[in-house]
Design a protein around this ligand. Structure first.
Ligand SMILES: NC(=O)c1ccc[n+]([C@@H]2O[C@H](COP(=O)([O-])OP(=O)(O)OC[C@H]3O[C@@H](n4cnc5c(N)ncnc54)[C@H](OP(=O)(O)O)[C@@H]3O)[C@@H](O)[C@H]2O)c1
Length: 307
């Protein structure tokens, strides 16, 4: 099969398009012929070598995908060859920038017909992460106010839609050229973080969802009410400590399972969430997609259309 190969750690140019062995379905696994895979911010971090230093090269990046089951391993009874599915690789496992992947059947779900493969791939890890962060971890409730940092990004975009559906008032930060986009996702109020200090513009939030990290996370404490919750998926500066002890600091585990993927489908059916803005690439354009991802100013999701 063809795949994007990471040959060593480094800049986007270390990604090359080439041959990799076809995967086979072990017990409890299926092989999926990938139609679309998404680019997540984690991918460029792994490429640069910041996540793990023990990769076996050539290494295949990519955490989420959508495609069609082409082989079924022993013990799999709930999926069959020909089923359209989408999913997220198990924690610590990657390999979706490829024409095929072997994956545990139990952690993928059937793709609804009305959702294209690119759209499904784009909503898999982002949806899973936002669900774990806002429903399972922060336990966001109707009537609460949430500030979502980085609203135009992949996870935050799903988060805005989900928070709105749960009945929260949603404030988000975005560059001016993304304000119409985040409003279209349901944001009640948008702060241009380049022009306005969000710590002066917002106060008394029940929840902050930080998808930006760094200094933004440290400054976010200022907008929480006593007893508020800060849930984060992008790290604060190394060695920094939470500046308040009267709020909860939470990091979602983001376990992979079918239940959360089916929750994404349920939310789609309810009209509560819909696909993000998509920027489409071919696998041969992986270096360019990584340049855009690493710039940290994309709108929505970057996806590879694989076949
Ligand atoms: N399991 C997990 O824990 C998990 C899962 C998924 C992602 N993550 C992490 O979560 C983070 C977000 O991931 P993602 O894929 O959603 O990111 P992304 O789609 O790459 O998000 C980039 C977005 O951030 C916005 N942005 C950049 N700087 C900002 C700032 N100072 N204030 C407000 N917005 C800003 C940009 O919008 P503008 O152009 O408007 O600035 C852009 O839309 C990454 O660090 C990723 O590694 C963790």
């Amino acid at each position: 099969m063809k795949a994007v190969l990471l040959t060593k750690h480094g800049g986007p140019e270390v990604l090359s398009y080439g041959e990799a062995p076809d995967p086979t379905a072990g017990p409890g696994e299926v092989v999926v012929d990938i139609h679309a895979a998404s680019v997540n911010a984690a991918d460029y971090k792994v490429r640069l070598g910041s996540a793990r230093s023990t990769l076996q090269f050539p290494y295949i990046l990519g955490r989420d995908f959508s495609g069609v089951v082409s082989a079924v391993g022993p013990g799999v009874t709930d999926l069959a060859v020909g089923d359209a599915v989408f999913g997220v690789c198990d924690q610590g496992v990657e390999g979706a920038y490829a024409e095929k992947i072997a994956i545990k059947a139990a952690i993928i779900a059937k793709k609804p017909d009305r959702l294209g493969h690119a759209e499904a791939a784009a909503m898999a890890l982002t949806g899973l992460t936002a669900l774990w962060a806002l429903e399972d971890t922060a336990q966001l409730k109707a009537g609460e106010t949430i500030l979502i940092q980085g609203g135009a990004g992949g996870v935050a975009g799903f988060g805005i839609q989900l928070a709105k559906h749960l009945g929260a008032t949603v404030i988000t930060t975005a560059s001016a050229n993304n304000h119409d986009y985040v409003r279209s996702l349901g944001a009640d109020r948008v702060i241009d973080y380049n022009a306005e200090d969000f710590t002066k513009a917002v106060a008394d939030c029940d929840v902050v969802f930080d998808t930006v990290g760094g200094d933004v996370q440290i400054r976010s404490y200022a907008v929480l009410k006593p007893g508020g919750r800060l849930v984060w998926i992008a790290a604060a500066p190394e060695g920094s400590q939470p500046p308040r002890s009267d709020v909860k600091v939470l990091r979602p585990g983001v376990a992979r399972d079918r239940k959360h993927l089916e929750r994404i489908v349920e939310l789609l059916d309810a009209g509560a969430v819909w696909p993000p803005n998509l920027i489409r690439y071919k696998l041969t354009d992986a270096a360019e997609a990584h340049r855009v991802s690493e710039s940290r100013h994309l709108r929505g999701k970057l996806v590879f259309e694989v076949r």
